[in-house]
Design a protein around this ligand. Structure first.
Ligand SMILES: [Zn+2]
Length: 92
């Protein structure tokens, strides 16, 4: 004698999967980095900063940067480079 185990298979149809194509557009900035040898972006959303002309000259020389309205917009990595060279102005 045995007992019957009825394994009920409940068919659950998983509806159609909505595949939403994710648009992964690379971030493109609007403000180019002021350092000529750099092709980064100095937008705020990229962590860009603006330095004074004097500050830019200290690091990139007289003609190593592009001026924008009396300031030099630099990208995040250039700002870090500048900060490294200007440790006296460490403000945390
Ligand atoms: Zn840069």
């Amino acid at each position: 004698m045995g007992f019957k185990a009825k394994a009920r298979k409940h068919k659950s149809e998983s509806g159609e999967e909505t595949t939403t194509a994710k648009k992964s557009s690379p971030k493109v900035g609007e403000i180019p980095c002021g350092v000529k040898s750099c092709d980064g972006f100095a937008d705020k959303s990229f962590g860009g900063r603006s330095l004074s002309i004097d500050n830019a000259i200290d690091v990139w020389g007289d003609s190593g940067y592009t001026e924008r309205k009396g300031r030099v917009r630099v990208c995040k990595s250039c700002y870090r480079k500048w900060k490294k060279d200007n440790k006296s102005e460490d403000t945390y």
